[in-house]
Design a protein around this ligand. Structure first.
Ligand code: ADP
Ligand code: ZN
Length: 602
């Protein structure tokens, strides 16, 4: 058995490497550089943690996630690995102690914030130590294209200059090719081996539904599918996160707001409660979540539309890192489309930049309106192919109908044209439906040929038509004129009768409503034992001030339920039980299992 495999089994308690882990680990152990692109939950950490233990000296992990360093280090210590971190939260004497441990060869892994590494002093310190490797986590932070750019990351190329013989491994879950090129170039990783895994997250179920009553839709989703689960609800504005959190609390959920405008101590408290307590819901702006390591986030809900497919994929990707079933759930409507289109048109920056933004938004809208498999579309966007429809997204589970909307689309466009492209959607619908509203009469719009031609469709149906026309770029939204709709070049073929248009029939009840409550837990799970094990885990976690998943993951507890080990030997065979955890917790959990058996067999 190789040294790496030995550590996998004895320290981590796993039996096999996943995907390309073995190759990556071998590369780094033998001194080579590596660039690793792996989806969230793919198992990136082992790729540097195992080489850290095999190679001589201490591995230095550069990570921007200061708030999480403590938990990452704690998780390693639970395995008996000698890990520490250096960042600005440490007092001077604590930092001093860690520095001497490093110099004395008493550390296997040291997590460092990038700004710290850029200080001459720290570089000097590392030069006096034996360094096993450098791991650059969240490597996409070096890219100005990405959304998480950190100026501190730019200076990391210094590592290669100062330590030419120490292997480097850069890791990220960010998919696109441009970011990848930038990482290679800026970190001087031209000769690194690249390990690019597919980006699919098969355990995540993607659903995007029409927004009709956001609150009741969200409530229903949470009550029916995630009554006690941890999850994230994303909103666009700070205000809305606070209101939504408050309202969810009143509805009996353990919900907390998170946005950049909250005092930093409160933010830290909320983040830590999310990590440490079971079943907390965070209602957040996009300020929340980068690198959130919590493995058991069961859902990510979007109440507002993200601006790009990249953000959507990154945000939804925070669900289900542990590989267990998780939901990515979003609702959106005409107002979201209009709002985002307006924001883009009004944004600062060059024409080229605006065009690029529009392009990205179009892709996002396309994903919302698509009538085929969402996962195929998502993966295709990132240059990854999925041959067959996935069977685990809403369009696969409940295929939407389409209808020939050519005639009504022409009516809508012509209403826009005849009213001088100066009016918003509500007025246009009034005209089409033959309303006698003041605004219609005052503008003499009851005299137009389009007046009343669309009476056969109700208000919602018309909104659906307009939404799809805006989403597909047939109509634009004029910011200067309070959301007036304008015809785009793209309309011509349709108006000339050279093109037809298939529209998506909106599903009244989003896919969720039809499904019975789906439990992620196995059907034959012994719930009483499961709860008892979770209780014991909670107590142990509280005693040590660590998140419960640091003790054992849910999947490890589930395996305990299924196998009911009754000796240390049997307990050791559960996945996720390494030597240290066996010694530390085996007795405690065996006791719970035995008590349960005694109670049920009596
Ligand atoms: P990433 O950093 O890529 O998002 P992690 O390194 O956090 O993913 O790993 C995700 C989960 O998978 C963790 O719970 C980890 O313990 C588990 N894991 C990683 N590699 C293996 C493996 N070879 N066998 C079993 N579980 C693994
Ligand atoms: Zn699908």
């Amino acid at each position: 058995m190789t040294a790496a495999h030995h550590i996998l089994e004895h320290t981590f308690g796993y039996t096999e490497f996943r995907g390309s882990q073995q190759d990556i680990i071998d590369t780094v152990i033998s001194g080579g550089d590596a660039l690793v692109l792996m989806p969230t939950g793919g198992g990136k950490s082992l790729c540097y943690q195992i080489p850290a233990l095999v190679r001589e000296g201490c591995a230095v992990v550069i990570s921007p996630l200061i708030a999480l360093m403590q938990d990452q280090v704690e998780a390693l210590r639970q395995l008996g690995v000698r890990a520490s971190f250096l960042n600005s939260t440490l007092a001077a004497d604590a930092a001093q102690q860690i520095e001497s441990a490093l110099l004395n060869g008493e550390l296997d892994l040291l997590y460092i914030a990038p700004e710290r590494l850029n200080q001459e002093r720290t570089l000097g310190l590392l030069q006096r130590a034996t360094i096993a490797l450098f791991a650059i986590d969240e490597a996409h932070c070096v890219s100005q294209w990405g959304h998480d750019f950190r100026a501190d990351y730019l200076r990391l190329s210094v590592l290669h200059e100062v330590f030419p013989a120490v292997p480097r491994i850069a890791l990220t879950a960010t998919a696109d090719a441009r970011t990848r090129e930038e990482i290679v170039q800026r970190l001087d990783l031209g000769s690194a081996r690249q390990f690019i895994s597919g980006f699919d997250r098969p355990n995540i179920r993607y659903r995007i539904a029409l927004k009709h009553n956001a609150k009741s839709q969200l409530l229903r989703f949470l009550k029916e599918e995630h009554p006690n689960d941890a999850g994230i609800v994303y909103c666009l504005s700070r205000n809305k996160t606070e209101q939504t959190a408050q309202w969810l609390k009143a509805e009996g959920f353990n919900a907390l707001p998170y946005h950049a405008g909250l005092p930093s101590t409160l933010r830290a408290t909320h983040q830590s409660r999310f990590l440490r307590e079971d079943g907390v819901i965070i209602v957040a702006t996009i300020a929340f979540g980068m690198g959130i390591d919590k493995p058991d986030v069961r859902f990510v809900a979007h109440l507002d539309l993200p601006k790009t497919v990249e953000s959507y994929y990154q945000e939804t990707g925070r669900a289900g890192r542990d590989g267990e079933p998780a939901d990515a759930w979003m609702i959106y409507g005409l107002q979201d489309v209009i709002k985002l289109r307006q924001m883009m048109e009004n944004s600062e920056g060059s024409e080229e930049h605006k065009r690029a933004e529009q392009h990205r938004l179009n892709a996002m809208l396309g994903l919302c309106e698509i009538t085929t498999c969402r996962r195929q579309a998502l993966l295709n966007y990132f240059g990854d192919a999925l041959v067959a429809p996935c069977g685990n997204c809403d369009t696969c589970l409940q295929p939407p109908d389409t209808w020939d909307g050519t005639e009504v689309a022409r009516m809508a466009l012509s209403a826009c044209h005849r009213t001088g492209q100066r009016f918003g959607v509500n007025h246009l619908i009034d005209v089409l439906r033959g309303s006698e509203a003041d605004k219609v009469l005052q503008n003499d719009h009851h005299q137009l040929s389009v007046y009343g031609v669309g009476a056969a469709l109700d208000n919602n149906q018309w909104r659906s038509v307009f939404r799809q026309l805006v989403a597909r770029g047939y109509l634009s939204v004029d910011m200067e004129r309070f959301g007036a709709l304008r015809l785009q070049e793209k309309c011509r073929p349709l108006l000339r009768g050279e093109e037809t248009m298939q529209l998506r029939k909106d599903i009244k009840q989003p896919a969720a409503a039809k499904r019975q409550t789906r439990s992620r837990l196995p059907d034959d799970l012994d719930v009483a034992l499961w709860e008892a094990l979770r209780d014991r885990r909670r107590t142990l976690a509280e005693d040590q001030g660590v998140p419960p998943y640091v003790i054992f993951h849910d999947s490890t507890l589930q395996e305990m339920c299924a196998n009911m080990p009754q000796s240390m030997g049997e307990f050791a065979r559960i996945s996720g039980v390494g030597e240290r955890k066996l010694e530390k917790y085996g007795g405690e959990f065996l006791q719970v299992i035995n008590a349960h058996l005694a109670a049920t067999q009596a």
